[in-house]
Design a protein around this ligand. Structure first.
Ligand SMILES: Cc1cc2nc3c(=O)[nH]c(=O)nc-3n(C[C@H](O)[C@H](O)[C@H](O)COP(=O)(O)OP(=O)(O)OC[C@H]3O[C@@H](n4cnc5c(N)ncnc54)[C@H](O)[C@@H]3O)c2cc1C
Length: 402
């Protein structure tokens, strides 16, 4: 907890300016903080229980050893301006009426406007034993713990073939040629929430690096040894429960209307029905300019965070807000040293262009960091290689089994 905010704070304590409180130092929260601060008219306080910004899109690379452990996260303070206050603490609830944000250590922060950007959570626990025995990959701590476990195992069972599951499978198979990697998915194809073509490209890539695919396969139980399938078979090894991330906005905003756990927001990102609370990132049900629900992603969280920060400063100072114009620019699935996806409508399949994907991802990372803190910050936090073998050995393609 920062000394400057270590007790119950009447408004305003250190600054005569109205205060914007931002909850969460992830993609949405960091951009919200910088945007609010740029208005020059508000005091900005970011509350995060860790105080560090997690680079979640790098987690599979960190877990597999392709990226360094230091690439998992960075102190938020290193990424944003010195005039933004960073408070270590966990917010328990937001009181919109009173304009207060209570933390779990009994600190009460006054707020003229609040941006909720607390992200989404891990779904482990949906199958007996998964919360006890399966690792997950949703935070930097998860990635670092999994990296240690992977160093001691020669069999990995990944449950869930969404983006996290396929990325982890590809990264581990590429970085650890000797390891047996199984990917188990209840749907009949990879990336079930994405267009079929993307899933097919990923399947080609995974088969090439020797990942065993088990589609239309249900996991009934996880135990100390591995997973037990619906048909009674078992796969032994270290189990990772991957994907199905879910937000629950009502934890912090009990009265907020939600869609699949995400807060419903107006076009200027205010939480419907609340006066001074905005939401951005995974925790909000964002829509694009023609009203389509957008997936939870770092690029949407960053865009929404910037607008929410600007609008929070406007609300706190009695200015007009502006509508969010959120655009999904593309989709990239990193698969070790290569990847697939699309840029706008242009697909990137598992051909020669797949080698461009790491470069694209580097560009996305640099842009994110540069927008927060300029060139020096971008260069200081470029991801670096972690020393593990990165080039996948070519193997005889296996068959997908169901
Ligand atoms: C393994 C993995 C890989 C991914 N890969 C990609 C990718 O390649 N491309 C892409 O676009 N997206 C990717 N995503 C999704 C992307 O990372 C998320 O959509 C994005 O992080 C959402 O940003 P956010 O700011 O809403 O939440 P987060 O980045 O999760 O940040 C939330 C922050 O809030 C803090 N917090 C939570 N609750 C509280 C509380 N009560 N009090 C205080 N602080 C709190 C947390 O500590 C955290 O710092 C990936 C996600 C995962 C898990």
């Amino acid at each position: 907890m920062s000394d400057q905010h270590a007790s119950s704070l009447p408004p305003p304590l250190h600054s005569p300016l109205p205060r914007v409180v931002i909850i969460g130092a992830g993609y949405a929260g960091s951009h919200a903080a910088v945007a609010a601060s740029r208005s020059g008219k508000v005091e900005v306080v970011v509350v995060d229980h860790d105080g560090r910004h997690g680079f979640l899109a790098r987690m599979a690379g960190v877990a597999a050893g392709r990226l360094r452990t230091s690439d998992a996260r960075a102190p938020l303070r290193e990424l944003i301006g010195a005039d933004i206050e960073v408070v270590h603490g966990r917010v328990v609830r937001i009181d919109d009426e009173a304009g207060t944000v209570p933390l779990d250590d009994a600190t009460l922060l006054h707020a003229d406007a609040v941006v909720v950007s607390a992200g989404s959570g891990s779904p482990a626990g949906s199958v007996p034993g998964s919360d006890r025995y399966a690792a997950t990959l949703h935070t930097p701590d998860d990635a670092l713990a999994l990296r240690r476990r992977l160093a001691r195992t020669d069999r990995l069972v990944i449950v869930g073939a969404g983006a996290t599951g396929v990325q982890l499978a590809a990264e581990v198979a590429a970085a650890r040629p000797g390891i047996e990697v199984r990917l188990v998915e209840i749907a009949g194809r990879l990336l079930p929430a994405e267009p079929r073509r993307l899933g097919d490209d990923v399947m080609t890539a995974l088969l090439q690096v020797g990942v065993h695919l088990h589609l239309s396969t249900e996991v009934a139980r996880v135990d100390r040894r591995g997973v037990v399938l619906g048909d009674g078979r078992r796969f032994d090894g270290t189990v990772v429960w991957a994907g199905g991330w879910r937000a629950d906005a009502t934890e912090l905003l009990p009265t907020a209307p939600t869609q699949d756990g995400r807060a419903i927001v107006t076009s200027d990102l205010r939480v419907s029905g609340l006066r001074r609370v905005l939401a951005a990132g995974d925790i909000a049900a964002h829509r694009d300019i023609i009203g389509r629900l957008l997936p939870m992603s770092a690029q949407i969280a960053s865009q929404a965070g910037a607008t929410a920060g600007h609008n929070a400063a406007a609300l706190a100072t009695g200015q007009s807000t502006r509508p969010a114009r959120l655009v999904e620019l593309g989709r990239i699935i990193d698969l070790g040293d290569r990847g697939v996806g699309r840029v706008g409508p242009i697909p990137i399949g598992w051909g020669p262009t797949s080698r461009l994907v790491p470069l694209l991802h580097l560009g996305v990372d640099l842009r994110h960091l540069w927008q927060l803190g300029g060139v020096a910050v971008a260069l200081a936090h470029v991801p670096t290689r972690g020393g593990a073998q990165a080039t996948p050995p070519m193997r005889t393609p296996l068959r997908a089994v169901s």
